[in-house]
Design a protein around this ligand. Structure first.
Ligand SMILES: Nc1ncnc2c1ncn2[C@@H]1O[C@H](COP(=O)(O)OP(=O)(O)O)[C@@H](O)[C@H]1O
Ligand SMILES: [Mg+2]
Length: 855
């Protein structure tokens, strides 16, 4: 038999094997090398440089089938890149080949079918997948069917569609954030949304009003949106996709309405969801089925994301308060999340993000979280203990999901990670149950460490399992008698071979024998015995085989296959057991994440001196000696101290006008109070000596200038839109933060607008902090019975301007603009011209501060 080659190996890691040049592709070559050589232990470097040398001269009919199927699929999936498995390669043809070769920086050539083609070896899939997905591509994987009857043609089928939202590979995901894909369906006056993180199985559904779409998109932050194409034109959708680099998808698929029941059985009650929620959920589930093919990921029974139970934080508030990302680089650095995240597991970090985005409204739930935090806060040893176990935990949710999806690589290692993490969970459970507090035992009882499964996996999987189950050598000796027997036979074959070779050595006295064939130096002449059949000449040696060696060779190869088959069987059996325990494992994973967040918050509170807030069902708002958690932390890094400030927005002074010079600390003061309210309702301790807070139903912010030129809106227009939203939506229970509204236009009109806004907001009855340079607004505010005027002060003395960063009662009439401009390095002339105009600075006198400190 002669196998025609398309690929010629140029560099072989092992000793030279002229005959392997005729084989098909690297992996096949390797298998062949192993068989010929009969020394499976010999390290053979997989050839990594392959080049297409000659066109295949076999029947063009079979060849054209590949291209035919490829083109059919390209028509079916016009926006995707088709990766066609041909032997040990993935190949891409036609125009797509050019794009892929550019993205991956790999060669392009003319294929045997006369088309442009590129490709890469199967084993490099992970690396190339990474690059293609990062470039925003969606891929269709067409794999050869492994098992086929002898002498039948190779068949290929689509095994997986890879899109940014369906990735589960560890190296392609950010461990600390969810990877959501979201589907949108129209309803009578809004949209049904469904979103899922396929890597963890987290699944939520929600119907929203039309005007909420952008806010919800920003909050969920999906990487991929699935909807009917007519929705892609929506202004909100378009804006989100452009700003957040999400991809839009719409795959034709049958709408199988039984999908919910099939997946969730009686757990799912469709009467609790609206028609558009069900439609969105269905579209999403169908998309998962369409992309994962016959693979069955773990998906939790969908829950409605409860808007009524959480504090409303819209896109503007999330951005202005820099909760998850900073405003300058749009990264996590220097955000609230960045400085409060002490979690030690990826799932904990993901949960913390979810919690920060949705602070709670229900007192009982907040108190429960605070009690849990207190439990760890008060027991330092427990805190240290639990965290030391958590640090050893792997990403249980994602390991489990990869195993459920039976991804080609990583399976045995994920299985081992699950076993090791469950073992830690078991330790954590024991610690919690030993604490004399009901709350701890409660948490402990929610962990199911699946003891039997841990034990079985520990006995079965070797200490360092291979990445792929098909590589073999993953099952421990002693776990399966059948496997041990097969391995025993293989070992005995090896020793028989060795004995035989030794015997030949003796028979061919003075002639060197090597490995499981016989080699002699050519200078010593040929072996004369008929028993030795010349197999070839390599370098300066003759190589011989014998019938006995060939027989052993065959047996050994067959034995190897049997061993692998048995290992794969055991692996699949174990995988089935792990998947069977899916609900318990995932529930344990979620409890571990929760524990991590509680422990993280407790540690943070200890490290940073945060205190337990007292939440009330009224309109109080008393913060004693509050601090801004981010600014304080950054100051501490450089040895600067942070000046704490108190704030009382209780019913008798619910509207506060805050004046003061630039750089005086107004914005910081405003934000710190909003952050304290949010942290408290997340169930966290807060940066203050004492905080008594009536629950807020929403935090609205209008802070800083943000141009949105892409939407053809000026800074001022954006400011007005955001302010209008706040005025229309704020309730008496809301907390409103307004920072210098009306400054972006002519002074007089800006002042008039600010006046109107103050009056309207006050009439709404919400707790409000209103920072402004229009000190004359105090004339209006003092007419409000339940208001107060606050100011940040600066001192101007002989050495220059000094910011106290303290908040006092009173109204600041000086902006110290000239002094600040001087500090900023403004050319002297500008300062002189400005002073000449005499509008500012004339009456500034050293020592001015005014007001009395709020305490
Ligand atoms: N309470 C404080 N303690 C220490 N430094 C502060 C404090 N408040 C503000 N700062 C510092 O002053 C800078 C300016 O504060 P900011 O709130 O932006 O002032 P304003 O809004 O009045 O112009 C901040 O970046 C911070 O470094
Ligand atoms: Mg400011």
């Amino acid at each position: 038999m002669r196998i025609l080659s398309r690929f010629v190996i140029f560099r072989l890691g092992a000793r030279g094997y002229a005959n392997v040049v005729e084989t098909y592709a690297p992996q096949t070559v390797l298998k062949k090398i192993r068989r010929i050589q009969l020394q499976p232990e010999t390290p053979i470097e997989c050839p990594d440089k392959v080049e297409i040398l000659c066109e295949k001269k076999t029947d063009s009919k079979r060849v054209s089938l590949v291209l035919e199927q490829y083109r059919e699929l390209q028509l079916k999936y016009p926006k995707h890149i088709i990766l066609m498995q041909v032997g040990d390669f993935f190949e891409i043809f036609d125009n797509a080949a050019k794009n892929v070769s550019q993205v991956l920086d790999i060669g392009l050539c003319e294929s045997r079918y006369g088309t442009t083609m590129t490709g890469f070896p199967l084993r490099t899939m992970d690396t190339y997948l990474d690059r293609l997905v990062r470039a925003g591509s969606s891929l269709v994987l067409v794999e050869q069917q492994e098992a086929r009857p002898p002498n039948t043609a190779i068949t290929r089928r689509v095994t997986r569609i890879i899109t940014p939202g369906t990735i589960t590979e560890e190296n392609l995901l950010d461990s600390g954030t969810n990877n959501f894909m979201l589907s949108v369906e129209e309803s009578a006056d809004g949209y049904g949304l469904a979103w899922i993180d396929l890597s963890t199985g987290y699944f939520r559904i929600l119907e929203i009003e039309g005007k909420e779409l952008y806010n919800e998109l920003v909050r969920i932050n999906p990487i991929e949106i699935i909807s009917a194409p007519n929705l892609w034109k929506l202004e909100e959708m378009d804006r989100f996709v452009k700003n957040h680099r999400a991809v839009l998808s719409d795959l034709e698929f049958p709408k199988d309405s039984a999908a919910f029941v099939k997946l969730f059985g009686s757990d799912f009650n469709d009467t609790t969801f609206t028609a558009s929620e069900l439609a969105a959920g269905l579209r999403l589930l169908n998309y998962v089925t369409a992309t994962q093919m016959e693979k069955r990921p773990y998906i939790e029974c969908p829950q409605r994301h409860s808007q009524q139970d959480s504090v409303r934080l819209d896109a503007a508030a999330l951005r202005a308060l820099e909760i998850l990302r900073n405003n300058s680089t749009n990264t996590k650095e220097n955000s609230l999340l960045d400085v409060i995240d002490e979690t030690c597991t990826a799932a904990g970090s993901r949960l913390l993000i979810q919690r920060l985005q949705t602070p709670l409204l229900k007192m009982a739930e907040i108190d429960r979280r605070l009690d849990q935090l207190a439990l760890f806060y008060e027991r330092e040893e427990l805190l240290t203990d639990i965290r030391s176990f958590l640090k050893k935990c792997k990403d249980l949710e994602r390991c489990f999901q990869r195993l459920a999806l039976n991804r080609s690589t990583g399976g045995p290692r994920d299985m081992q990670a699950i076993q090791q993490t469950l073992k830690q969970a078991c330790e954590i459970q024991q610690r919690l149950c030993a604490v004399d507090a009901l709350l701890a035992a409660d948490l402990g009882h929610r962990i199911d460490s699946c003891l039997q499964l841990i034990d079985e996996l520990e006995r079965a999987i070797v200490d360092s399992p291979p990445s792929k189950a098909s590589d073999g050598s993953l099952i421990r000796t002693g776990y399966s008698a059948a496997l041990d027997e097969l391995r025993g036979e293989s070992v005995s074959l090896e020793s028989r071979c060795a004995a035989l070779v030794e015997q030949y050595r003796k028979e061919t006295i003075n002639r060197k024998t090597l490995g499981w064939f016989v080699e002699v130096n050519r200078s010593e002449g040929k072996l004369e015995s008929d028993r030795f059949v010349l197999d070839g000449q390599i370098d300066k040696k003759y190589r011989y085989r014998t019938d006995e060696l060939n027989g052993l060779n065959r047996d050994f190869a067959m034995g190897g296959e049997e061993i692998l088959k048995e290992e794969m069987r055991i692996y699949e059996e174990l995988r089935g057991k792990v998947i069977g325990a899916g609900d318990k494992i995932m529930a344990t994973a979620r409890t571990l994440a929760e524990l991590d967040v509680i422990a993280s918050n407790a540690l943070l509170a200890k490290k940073r001196g945060f205190t337990r807030p007292l939440l009330k069902d009224n309109f109080e708002f008393t913060v004693e000696n509050g601090r801004h958690p981010v600014v304080e932390h950054k100051h501490a890094d450089v040895g600067r101290s942070f000046v704490h400030n108190s704030c009382d927005l209780g019913p008798s002074k619910r509207f506060a006008l805050v004046t003061g010079p630039n750089m005086g600390g107004k914005s910081t003061f405003l934000r710190q109070n909003a952050l304290i309210a949010i942290m408290a309702q997340c169930g966290m301790y807060v940066p203050a000596d004492r905080a008594v807070l009536g629950l807020v139903d929403a935090v609205y912010t209008r802070i800083g200038a943000s141009d949105d030129l892409s939407r053809d809106r000026s800074t001022f227009m954006v400011e007005m839109i955001e302010t209008a939203n706040i005025l229309n939506q704020a309730s008496p229970q809301s907390l409103v933060i307004m920072d210098e509204v009306g400054r972006g236009t002519a002074a007089k009109e800006g002042y008039s607008l600010a006046w109107g806004i103050c009056k309207y907001l006050y009439s709404k009855g919400c707790r409000t902090l209103f920072a402004t340079h229009y000190s004359d607004l105090s004339k209006l505010v003092t007419t409000f019975p339940h208001s107060q005027c606050l100011m940040s002060a600066a001192r101007l003395d002989a050495d220059g301007l000094y910011f106290l960063h303290q908040i006092f009662k009173g109204v600041a009439t000086k902006s110290h603009a000239i002094e600040i401009a001087k500090l900023a390095g403004m050319p002297k002339e500008v300062l002189i011209y400005a002073l000449e105009v005499g509008a500012i600075g004339e009456s500034e006198k050293p020592g001015e501060s005014g007001g009395s400190r709020v305490s």
